[in-house]
Design a protein around this ligand. Structure first.
Ligand SMILES: *Cc1c(COP(=O)(O)O)cnc(C)c1O
Length: 382
């Protein structure tokens, strides 16, 4: 039995064997609690966490003490958004975000609304990009936070972080970015991009699930956050709970590998992604969702005219593992909020496929996928 070809790398990625290798000793001999400072078991774990923290900080041009480990990007987003809102009540109760954000940003914002905060959700243009003049127009005296993702998990669109950062800085507003899809794929620099808070996760970049981090700016200006988990005061009081050493070590190795391979991998994936796109074009009636070039190298999101989306996904199930819309909400049969935001009608939104190519995707697989999709679409259109 052949397993389907995996093209769902925006949902999660397989662990890189080098990452697994780095993690293994910390499940067994090196099992100490990094917070135990009275013996060598603790010191050994603490040294591993310290090195990992430095590697992750370096990857985004931050300082090690600005990295707060969390269980992933969902928790990091919650800490950033709810934590910044709660700690900056004196300034105001207005938060700005974008309609195409992940639910891990939209839902904390919805929660803040129930507490009396006002949320502005900006639209995007037809290519998925945020128009900066629209952002500028909604900023107010009482705006405490702007949250705009780095790379979209459905259509791969890359937002102009540097411009958003400069605007937020000039208006004295905190800037949070959900970089779950971006870390290890595109260059991230919290200094050049003037980012106040950045959410990261390991499992989209060939690291383990259940680990991520929040970058919290400590200088120029220092960001105030209210913790959302209370306990032993780990992570400078911002996130209590015993640190998960193997996951942290794997996270750092994954991020470092992502950085090492970034340039070559971007080039390779753009080539494969364009190869797939070109191979499908003869089908006709295909629309690309999202900006053609300001997008993740491994992302191809297409709508197929005249095809029932569910039927297409079902037809591909044995051969190709892909998603329609966002996997995180695919339990609900609702058109993707991202595709609706870029103006796709319900039928085209349903009839969309998100191809997520990754480090282990081969040319032979891409050619196979092009064949399977062509056969399925032609059959469904007949
Ligand atoms: C996957 C993802 C998340 C959630 O990350 P977890 O680490 O799984 O909690 C948040 N935001 C975006 C953009 C994502 O792609």
């Amino acid at each position: 039995m052949h397993r389907p070809i995996y093209l769902d790398c925006h949902s999660t990625t397989p662990l890189d064997p080098e990452v697994l290798e780095a993690m293994l000793p910390y499940f067994t001999e090196a099992f100490g609690n990094p917070a135990s400072n009275s013996h060598s078991y603790g010191w050994e774990a603490e040294a591993a966490v310290k090195l990992a923290r430095e590697q992750i900080a370096t990857a985004i041009h931050a300082r090690p003490e600005e990295i707060v480990f969390t269980s992933g990007a969902t928790e990091a987003n919650n800490l950033a958004i709810k934590g910044a809102a709660e700690a900056n009540l004196a300034k105001g109760r207005h938060v700005v975000t974008v309609v195409t954000e992940h639910n891990a940003v939209l839902d904390p914002c919805r929660y803040l609304e129930t507490l009396g905060f006002e949320i502005t959700r900006l639209p995007v243009e037809a290519d998925g990009l945020l128009d900066l003049t629209k952002l500028e127009a909604v900023l107010r005296e009482d705006t405490v936070l702007v949250s705009v993702m780095a790379a979209n998990n459905e259509i791969g669109v890359l937002q102009p972080l540097e411009d958003i950062g400069a605007l937020c800085r000039s208006r004295g507003v905190l800037f949070h970015t959900d970089a779950a899809q971006a870390i290890g794929k595109i260059p991230l620099d919290v200094q050049a991009m003037e980012i106040s808070l950045m959410s990261l996760t390991a499992h989209k970049v060939y690291g383990p699930k259940g680990i991520g981090a929040l970058y919290v700016r400590r200088k120029a200006p220092r960001v105030q956050l209210a913790p959302q988990l209370h306990g032993g005061g780990h992570e400078r009081g911002l996130r209590s709970g015993t640190l998960y050493t193997p996951q942290i070590v794997g996270f750092a190795r994954a991020v470092s590998l992502g950085l090492e391979k970034m340039a070559a991998e971007t080039e390779r994936l753009v080539e494969l992604r364009d190869r797939l796109h070109q191979a499908l074009l003869p089908l006709g009636g295909i629309q690309l969702n999202g900006h053609p070039t300001f997008r993740l190298a491994g992302n191809l999101n297409l709508s197929f005219e005249g095809v029932d989306g569910q039927a297409l996904l079902l037809a591909l199930q044995p051969t190709v593992a892909v998603s329609s819309g966002s996997a995180c909400t695919s339990a609900k049969i609702e058109p993707s909020h991202v595709l609706s935001a870029i103006g796709r009608d319900d039928a085209l939104a349903y009839a969309s496929i998100r191809f997520g190519l990754g480090r282990f995707t081969t040319t032979a697989e891409i050619d196979q996928v092009a064949k399977h999709v062509t056969v399925a679409v032609q059959a469904l259109r007949r």
